[in-house]
Structures are given as structure tokens and as C-alpha cells.
Design a binder for this molecule. Structure first.
Ligand code: C2O
Ligand code: CU
Length: 705
């Protein structure tokens, strides 16, 4: 519904521009009618264009009213206070100022028509009336206002910034004033003439060409200027930029201007700690050691299709890293031949900052021939994954990822039938589970407890997983077990990109089928001997974590006192990111590196509100922390505590989440639709007093997204 209303506003705004524009052209040309009969006919047409725009206007205002009635202020504030007046006021001026004048003119032309021949020239009173600014300006003002309103639909002025609003409004007011002045002038000229003669066609044409040339040239200049300005500097230190302190004035900021946050960061440089020093245990013999060799390889899917992949250890996905809770893990990453460079990021595992594997933030990208060692303790039990965080959009789509599973220390190594379902759409193939793009069959003895770990590694797609043939439970989300999950049937699970859901069931006598993304020629068919037919998929409803399972005590909840509160508005705007003119996916109205970073101090209890005003989903992923979902669209989370690291925020949705700032460092916070992240939908969480020796940008080897 939200999508429909913003779509309506956008489409109707464009229609409104077109029809008010036609009206404005017709109004200013009424004067040029050569005969009384023509002028009479034109007044009728103009009357039509005075009323017709009411159709798109009603659509826009209706959509705005619906939003105002049903949604939070942030969704409609600009529409109600900027767009609605820009649409309504000029229309009222047309109806109450221009239309009476038009009707008067029409009665004069009608009378003249009765008296004279049809081909008689228009008499001078009619001309004077047709030249009246009061008749023309309302139409032209409506057209300019429509254009301004359309601009605000494309470049929403939220969050509110004075310049973003006042410049377009000032242009609108000045242009209207300029036209007013021009029509005053023209009207005076007409009144001086004895018999009105329209300016020669070529003169009008020339004037039009001149106006267009000036507009075109200045537009071209402005566009090029904006293009140049959008170019990212060759080197960006992520610790620099603008700050959002979440409503808290930092202690050492009091003597500085609030705007120049950089001063605050350097003023206590005595206490600054480098990201590089926030490392995992450097000493000690690791309990488990893995080697990941990044290399290009042509790999074959189960169907026989081949994929030119970027791999860890020559396989897609990379090897599954299994470990036990509490173990000291050492991973040696070797880059054999990926020219773009690689890293390994442990998605969802809250490791010390220097082990987080983000090029340009926590390390330099590992270039061909280079090696890098990660060491961390596996403290959380659950389903995670790892992927390169250098050029991540391309790296993940090409295959540089794998599963990472932490087993509880108390249980035997494989107590249940444990199935990792890492789904990915390889180039030129349908959705695959790992490297198998066809139906996979598994023999599982009835009575066996089964855990399927669903991991969505795609871009853009919220993957649907439907389990047919048994009831099941959602045991965990994003690596955290749910408390006393309820039993589900005819339910599909929607996993956002980067997210993980564990589902569990006891293998029944009959076959069980896991369908992925509706593709019935793929997925996993489980039965006692692996045989059987793929069953029909019954109608299902989507799983909703908000009310699922049973409440349990948490260290904090919605009623806690929060040290910092942040708001993150996700939206689209037409703009330029690094010389690309496109619809951008914005964070608080900005793209990287201009979106202010969220500043926290160690120990803070932090609340963040996500508001998606845009028209696509954004699975938001904060590194190094898990957030507890407090509410969605104002409805509190009432089921099991729902901890997430990759939280999908759909258009029109609002989520309140909270987390404890207990892992100092510089942490990426981005959309896990990696195309969005690469297009600038990326920011970070920053602990006060932390600096980084690394930098990103074209002048460095580091391109995290
Ligand atoms: Cu899975 Cu910053 O990413
Ligand atoms: Cu996104």
C-alpha cells in the first residue's frame, strides 16, 4: 500500500507537470489569436486545462492524505507541508483569479462573434484582457509549482535541511516573479498599440530559443559541476566525516562547534586507539586452523553448467568452517590470483574489530601473492557465513563466500542431521543450493532430528523457503536461538540477503521437500531412501518473527533508558554518486561518505529507529553487534527475543532496535543488497576515541563494497 501511494504521487506528479504545462503555454499564447473566432475557441480549451489538472492533483492529495492518516510523520511530512501546498495553492489561483477573467474574456469574444464576421480581427479590449497577467500567471505559476513539487518527489527533502528546501522554492518564486514582470511589460506594450499585431512568428521563436539556450547552458554547467563534485576523493579515512551523536553532546565537544566534529576526535588524541590494536588473541595455539586460498576457477554445477567463479579453495561455495563454541580460531587467507584483492569477513560473528575483514576499515585488502591471518574466539553458537569484503558486490556474486557454523560445546559434533542450505544464483543458472542447481535427493531415516541452516547469499532477492511434508520450527534467526519456538505448517520463511534462519523438524515417514524460490526443479527432497516425487506446494503464509515463540528475559528492553538514540531514514533520491547519475539509495538523505556516522561510547545502550521511505527493501547489516528488535511499525515484539544482524526493512516499515555498544571499533553499517551498498548505501558505527590507519578510495587498494 505504501508503495502504491508513493508510486501514485510520483506518476501523478509527472502528469500534473504535463497538464499544467500545457495550460500555461496555452494561456500565454491566447493573445496571439488572429481572429476573434479563434480566440473564442481557445478560451474554451484553456478552461478545459484549468480544470483537467484536478485529476492528477486529486490522486496526489488522496495518496498524501492516506499517508497522513495511517503512517508516521516522517513518511509524509514533506508531502503534506511542501508538495500539497505547491499543488493546491496555484490551482486555487487558477480557479479564483484566472478563470473569472477567462470567463469574462469569453463573454466578450462571444458577443463580438455574434456582431461580426467570423474572420474579423480581435478587437483591442479582448487583446488587453488576453494579455492580462492575472489571467496568465496563475497557469504559469501552476506549471512551475508542479515542476518544483515533482522535483521534491524525486529528491525528497527528508531529513529536513534548510538549503535543500529553500533553494528549489526560491527558484520557483523567482521564476514566477520574472514571468509576472514579463507579462506586466507585455500588457503595457499591448495597451499602447492602437491595433494589436502579434509579434512575427520568427521573433517569438527566437525569443524561445534564447530562453532555452540560457536554461540549457546553465543546466549543463550545473550538472557538470555536480558531477565533478560527486567524485570521491582518492583517499577517504572512514574516521573523518560528519557525526551523529545520537542526541548526546560529547564531553570534549562543548568547546567546539557542533558541526565540526573532526575537532572533537582529534582533541583527545592522547587516548585514541587504533583499529589495528583491537585485535583478537594474538598469542596461544589455535584450537582450529583453516586456510582459505582465494583463486579463480571454472567450477561445474550439478547440472553440468560451468561457472567462471572466484573461489575460496577452488570450490563454490568456499569450504564450510565448522568450529566449537569457545575455540580459538586461526584462519590464514591467501590471495592467489584475484587482482581486485580479497578479505574474509565473518558475517554475523561479533569478532574483535581488527578481525572483521573490511578492506579500508579494519585492514588493507589482501592483494595477489599476499597472506593475512585472522584470529578470534568463536563465542556465539549458530549459523554464520563469511565472504570477501573487498569489492563485496562482485566478490560475493562471483563466489567468494562460505558457511561458518559454530556448534555448542556441550553437544556431540553432529547430533542431528545438519544440512547447510546456502542459496545463490550463479551466473547463467537457476537458484542453486551450494553448487547444485538441480533437485538434490537425501536419504534420512525417519525419526532423525533435522536442522536446515538457510543462508541467503544473493543480492536483491529476499529468498522464499517452503518446507513441504512436515511441520517444523524456526529454531534460530541470524545465529541466535529463539526461545520456545512454535510449531509451524504451511508457512514459508523469507530470508533477506545476508540473513540466516535455522529450521528444525523430526524426519517423518513420508518425504519432505524444501523448495527454494518457487523453483520446483531444484531444492532438496528428503525421504527414507532418497526417492519420491516432488510434492505440490500448498498455499502458505509468510513467517513473522515479531510474534513467534515465547518471551524471555533480556538484559534490556523497550522500556530501558537509552544512552543514545539514532534515526536512520532509508530512501531513494535522484542524484549523483561518484559520477553516476541515478536513483540513489540514501541513508538519512545521503550516500557514502556523506551519511553521518553514528558515534557511541563503549557501554552505551543504543536505540536505533529504521524508517524505510523508499520503494525497495533494505536488509540492514550492522557489523560487530547483534540488535534486539523492539518493535515494528509501532507494534512491540511479543514473541521470543528477536536478535538480528541483517534486518530487512521493507518500504513503509519502521523498526526500533537496540544494542549494547560492547565491541569498540569502526563498524560498517550497510544495506546487504550489495548493489545498494556499492552505490553508496553504506555508513558506519564509530566508537569515540577510535581511529583507523586504513583508508578507502581510488587512490588506495581498498574498495570494501
Ligand atoms: Cu555481509 Cu558488511 O557484510
Ligand atoms: Cu538496500
Amino acid at each position: 500500500m505504501y508503495n502504491i501511494s508513493i508510486g501514485t504521487i510520483l506518476a501523478a506528479s509527472l502528469l500534473f507537470v504535463i497538464c499544467t504545462w500545457i495550460g500555461s503555454v496555452k494561456a500565454s499564447r491566447l493573445l496571439y489569436s488572429r481572429t476573434i473566432e479563434r480566440m473564442h475557441r481557445k478560451t474554451r480549451k484553456l478552461l478545459f486545462w484549468a480544470w483537467f489538472p484536478i485529476i492528477p492533483a486529486a490522486a496526489i492529495l488522496g495518496a498524501i492524505a492516506w499517508m497522513q492518516q495511517t503512517m508516521l510523520t516522517t513518511f509524509w511530512i514533506d508531502h503534506v507541508f511542501i508538495q500539497a501546498p505547491l499543488i493546491l495553492l496555484p490551482l486555487l489561483t487558477i480557479w479564483f483569479v484566472a478563470v473569472p477573467k477567462l470567463l469574462k474574456l469569453r463573454s466578450i469574444t462571444k458577443q463580438a462573434l455574434g456582431d461580426t464576421q467570423q474572420a474579423a480581427p480581435v478587437d483591442s479590449t479582448a487583446h488587453l484582457r488576453a494579455a492580462a497577467p492575472g489571467l496568465i500567471i496563475p497557469f504559469q505559476m501552476a506549471a512551475l509549482a508542479a515542476l518544483t513539487s515533482f522535483y521534491f518527489a524525486l529528491v525528497p527533502p527528508v531529513p529536513f535541511k534548510w538549503l535543500d528546501i529553500s533553494i528549489p522554492l526560491a527558484v520557483f518564486v523567482l521564476a514566477t516573479a520574472g514571468l509576472w514582470w514579463r507579462h506586466q511589460f507585455r500588457c503595457r506594450e499591448v495597451s499602447k498599440m492602437e491595433a494589436y499585431t502579434a509579434p512575427a512568428f520568427w521573433k517569438r521563436g527566437l525569443a524561445m530559443v534564447c530562453v532555452l539556450a540560457v536554461l540549457g547552458a546553465s543546466g549543463y554547467y550545473l550538472f557538470n559541476y555536480a558531477m565533478d563534485k560527486s567524485e570521491l576523493p582518492p583517499e577517504i579515512d572512514m574516521a573523518s566525516g560528519t557525526y551523529d551523536y545520537g542526541g548526546v553532546m560529547p564531553a570534549d565537544m562543548s568547546q567546539h562547534n557542533h558541526q565540526s566534529g573532526m575537532a572533537a576526535m582529534t582533541s583527545n588524541s592522547g587516548k585514541m586507539i587504533s583499529v589495528a590494536d583491537l585485535a583478537g588473541p594474538r598469542e596461544g595455539i589455535p584450537d582450529r586452523h583453516f586456510t582459505l586460498t582465494a583463486q579463480k576457477k571454472t567450477v561445474t554445477l550439478s547440472s553440468g553448467k560451468t561457472v567462471d567463479a572466484w573461489t575460496y579453495n577452488g570450490q563454490i561455495p568456499g569450504p564450510e568452517l565448522r568450529m566449537k563454541e569457545g575455540e580459538l580460531i586461526e584462519v590464514t587467507l591467501i590471495n592467489q590470483d584475484i587482482e581486485q584483492g580479497v578479505t574474509a569477513h565473518w558475517h554475523g560473528l561479533d569478532v574483535p574489530n581488527a578481525e572483521d575483514g573490511v578492506a579500508g576499515a579494519t585492514q588493507n585488502a589482501v592483494m595477489p601473492g599476499e597472506t593475512y591471518t585472522y584470529r578470534f574466539r568463536a563465542e556465539q553458537v549458530g549459523t554464520f557465513w563469511y565472504h570477501s569484503h573487498q569489492d563485496s558486490r562482485e566478490a560475493v556474486s562471483m563466489g567468494l563466500f562460505g558457511a561458518l557454523i559454530v556448534e555448542p560445546k556441550t553437544e556431540p559434533f553432529q547430533p542431528v542431521k545438519d544440512i547447510t542450505v546456502m542459496t545463490h544464483r550463479w551466473k547463467g543458472a537457476s537458484i542453486a543450493v551450494g553448487a547444485s542447481d538441480q533437485l538434490e535427493r537425501m536419504a534420512i531415516a525417519p525419526g532423525t532430528p533435522v536442522r536446515m541452516r538457510l543462508i541467503n547469499t544473493d543480492d536483491w532477492v529476499n529468498q522464499n523457503y517452503t518446507l513441504v511434508g512436515t511441520h517444523f520450527e524456526v529454531a534460530a534467526i541470524d545465529g541466535t536461538e529463539l526461545n520456545k519456538p512454535d510449531v509451524l505448517t504451511n508457512t514459508h520463511v523469507v530470508v533477506p540477503t545476508g540473513g540466516r534462519y535455522d529450521i528444525t523438524f523430526i524426519m517423518p515417514e513420508r518425504p519432505v521437500y524444501l523448495n527454494v524460490g518457487g523453483n520446483r526443479s531444484g531444492g532438496i527432497l528428503m525421504s527414507s531412501d532418497g526417492s519420491g516425487d516432488v510434492p505440490e506446494i500448498p498455499p502458505t503464509v509468510a513467517f513473522d518473527p515479531l510474534t513467534y515463540g515465547n518471551p524471555a528475559a533480556t538484559a534490556f528492553d523497550a522500556s530501558s533508558r537509552f544512552d543514545r538514540e539514532f534515526t536512520l531514514i532509508l530512501d531513494n533520491k535522484l542524484g549523483i554518486f561518484n559520477r553516476n547519475f541515478d536513483f540513489l539509495y540514501t541513508l538519512n538523505g545521503e550516500v557514502f561518505p556523506n551519511a553521518p556516522m553514528f558515534m557511541v561510547k563503549e557501554g552505551d545502550l543504543v536505540k536505533t529507529t529504521f524508517i524505510n521511505r523508499g520503494n525497495v527493501d533494505h536488509p540492514m547489516h550492522l557489523h560487530g553487534h547483534h540488535v534486539l528488535v523492539l518493535s515494528r511499525n509501532g507494534k512491540p515484539s511479543t514473541g521470543s527475543p528477536w536478535w538480528s544482524d541483517t534486518l530487512n526493512v521493507m518500504p513503509g516499515e519502521t523498526y526500533e532496535v537496540a544494542f549494547v555498544a560492547n565491541n569498540p571499533g569502526l563498524w560498517m553499517d550497510h544495506c546487504h543488497n550489495l548493489v545498494h551498498a556499492a552505490a553508496g548505501m553504506s555508513m558506519h558505527l564509530m566508537y569515540e576515541g577510535v581511529k583507523t590507519p586504513y583508508a578507502v578510495g581510488s587512490g588506495t587498494q581498498n574498495h570494501p563494497e
